[in-house]
Design a protein around this ligand. Structure first.
Ligand code: WTA
Length: 654
């Protein structure tokens, strides 16, 4: 067996939840067993009952699953529902004064909103959107800082049946433009500025630049005034949020949507140069966002939930904008970064707001452990009872630090594997029922038929790596790729794996002897940098768009903090730079990538050569580039290389 697989799966010390945790857990071992049995016996019936029990329907559905157009599955299709009504109106009768959101700004000031206040804010903004001519089915881009208004904007879209597409606030003008065009968005919601880590983020400026880059369908830009700074407003196109709300009513009836109506499009990286617009449908997505909050995060009426993700990613959609509100929870939203003003920030915030459940990313955990191994111990973290991670595999060392130093050895850790495409946690523990193993996302959730298979669709024996697949459709699965159904089918239901019958996640995985899943990395050319998906092709396309670059190959190298780091091998258009000239070109190309995509896609390292290592048929040998980037000795066969001397050129630059 591969050494890596052996080492991850055989260090099988398990961490059971404490008796106290189990006593209060929504799902204990017996309940989990019953759920698994129900799902195994009648997959569709299992989901049908949950959808009836958990969601508030305007018009009940009669058919749970329509698989007549597989793999374009439909769930609960003839039912009518509104997402925002399920998140907000559902709590007004009994919990209107309960705190929905505790927002902490970058500078440490805070603001809270009750369910009633949030409901009013969403209704007002929904009416403002209507007044601006935005309606059912229209696509609306949202480019916002991590303040409550980001959630209000998303909820307001859902309330009137408009389709939001949130663009992470760190993406560039070019990325905004491309998404606006691809989605055919008619409006854009942004803020004059944002604040992150003490820095000012010029959001409106990026939007203005984006809308100058070429033709686009955006007719209205609504600007939230986050700071006192004035920004140029384009007559007829731009309007301040507070002006748009002038004279509108505090109530707005939720638009009756069908279950399968699009709730949102969220762009994510794939193996081509162009991000794909993942489509989620209303009811199925909501169902799982709510249930996973109850099952995985064990959210109860007195819990305070804190998910540190940005609303620009799927985690911020499912576990900030929708799930916690569906579950009627109190949640925290944080505008800033964990390291500002210093690495105590998260722990100070825990002591101050007393969250009981804390969900974050391995890269944040590793960064904070490195910056202040013993800092959590200096704060009162006793409110915490459950921890969670998402985005990438967590290394056992970081896991144990999180468990001991942050969780005080008493909080289970839910390592949740899922994807933009799956809508919510898919392979994850029910923490009161499944013991944890550091580094494993444990077992498939009830209703999720996850398996490790070979190309013929046969399950791999335990201990043998293979392709991670989900074999039965589930309500929160993506419905399509915006504007590209062929790509949807060929990416997620490829004909050469199990005859296209199964959803293929794009990850490699192995199950250990106990059936625990261990994620081994992507099967495609997608990198995972600090838990963010970045396509190598996307970065390559950005690089070759520079007049300085003739050719580029991008690969990932393991990195102790960010999981993977981006390394670019570049063939310059003109002469090969050396010494200071190489440094200067490297700096300017890194800036270029930042401008083309965003700071998260900036290569950590750029090496220059007069060509790339290619086979005689012209194929770039990326495996060799990976070996070079890691600084390892090349042991692969290089005899098929057209130009082996190139390797020396690249190696010299380490
Ligand atoms: C990776 C984030 C290991 C995986 C919710 C997946 C993980 C991709 C985990 C999806 C985990 C996410 N353990 N790997 N707990 N969670 N991944 O779409 O490669 O941003 O395919 O969704 O992140 O990233 P996405």
């Amino acid at each position: 067996m591969d050494e890596k697989i052996k080492s991850v799966t055989e260090d099988s010390k398990t961490y059971p939840p404490s008796e106290e945790f189990v006593r209060r857990a929504t799902i204990d071992a017996a309940r989990r067993k019953a759920l698994l049995a129900e799902a195994a016996e009648d997959h569709v019936g299992f989901w049908k009952k949950l959808a009836e029990d958990e969601l508030q329907w305007i018009q009940p559905f009669t058919q749970a699953l329509d698989d007549s157009q597989a793999p374009f599955f439909k769930w609960f299709a003839d039912g009518q529902i509104n997402a925002s009504a399920n998140c907000l109106d559902a709590h007004l009768a009994d919990n209107a004064d309960k705190t929905a959101i505790i927002a902490e700004y970058d500078d440490g000031s805070t603001r809270t909103l009750s369910y009633r206040q949030l409901h009013t804010a969403v209704c007002r903004f929904a009416n403002a959107l209507k007044k601006a001519g935005i309606g059912r089915g229209d696509r609306v881009l949202i480019y916002m800082p991590m303040v409550a208004e980001a959630v209000i904007a998303m909820q307001a879209c859902a309330r009137i049946g408009a389709v939001h597409s949130v663009v992470f606030g760190g993406f560039s003008a070019r990325s905004i433009h491309d998404r606006a065009v691809d989605a055919g968005a008619v409006a854009l919601i942004t803020a004059n500025q944002g604040k992150r880590g003490g820095k000012t983020i010029e959001l409106k400026k990026a939007v203005d630049e984006a809308l100058e880059l070429g033709e686009h369908p955006i007719k209205k830009v609504i600007v939230f005034k986050r700071t006192d700074e004035q920004v140029p407003m384009v007559d007829g196109r731009d309007i301040w949020w507070h002006d748009a709300e002038q004279g509108v009513s505090d109530s707005c009836d939720p638009e009756p949507m069908t279950a399968e109506d699009l709730l949102f499009i969220l762009y994510t990286s794939g193996s081509t140069g162009k991000p794909k617009g993942i489509q989620h449908a209303t009811a199925g997505y909501l169902l799982w966002a709510k249930l996973t909050c109850k099952w995985v995060f064990d959210i109860k009426p007195d819990d305070i939930f804190w998910c540190t993700a940005d609303v620009g990613w799927i985690t911020g959609h499912s576990y900030i904008c929708y799930g916690p509100l569906l579950a009627g929870a109190t949640q925290m939203i944080f505008e800033g970064v964990p390291t500002h003003p210093d690495a105590n920030r998260f722990w100070q915030m825990v002591a101050k707001h007393k969250p009981t459940i804390f969900y974050t990313a391995p890269t944040a955990i590793r960064t904070l452990a490195k910056l202040g191994h013993d800092l959590p111990g200096k704060h009162d973290l006793s409110s915490l009872r459950l921890l969670g991670t998402v985005g990438e595999p967590i290394n056992p060392e970081a896991w144990r630090w999180f468990y001991e130093q942050v969780g005080g050895g008493r909080c289970p850790i839910a390592d949740t594997w899922w994807q933009t495409e799956t809508g919510g946690a898919t392979i994850a523990p029910l923490p009161g029922a499944v013991d944890a193993k550091p580094g494993s996302c444990t077992m498939a959730m009830p209703g999720m038929d996850a398996a490790v298979i070979d190309e013929n669709g046969n399950e791999k024996p335990r201990g043998e790596p293979g392709i991670l697949a989900i074999r039965k459709p589930w309500p929160s699965m993506l419905r399509n790729i915006w504007g590209d159904p062929d790509r949807f089918r060929s990416t997620y239901f490829p004909a050469d794996i199990a005859d296209g019958k199964y959803y293929i996640a794009g990850d490699n995985a192995v199950q250990d002897k106990d059936g625990y899943f261990w994620i081994l990395g992507r099967l495609d050319d997608v990198l995972n940098v600090s838990g963010h998906r970045i396509g190598t092709m996307e970065v390559e396309s950005a690089l070759v768009a520079s007049p300085q670059v003739a050719e580029a190959a991008v690969i990932g190298r393991p990195d102790a903090t960010t999981g993977e780091a981006i390394v670019a091998f570049v063939v310059p258009q003109n002469e090969l730079p050396e010494g200071e000239a190489a440094q200067a070109m490297s700096a300017s190309l890194r800036d270029w990538v930042k401008k083309e995509i965003g700071a998260i896609a900036k290569p950590a390292e750029i090496r220059f050569g007069s060509n790339l290592p290619k086979t005689r048929s012209g194929k770039i040998m990326r495996r060799l580039l990976r070996t070079i980037a890691k600084g390892e000795e090349i042991t692969q066969d290089t005899t098929t290389l057209e130009n082996p001397q190139i390797l020396e050129q690249f190696k010299k630059q380490s």
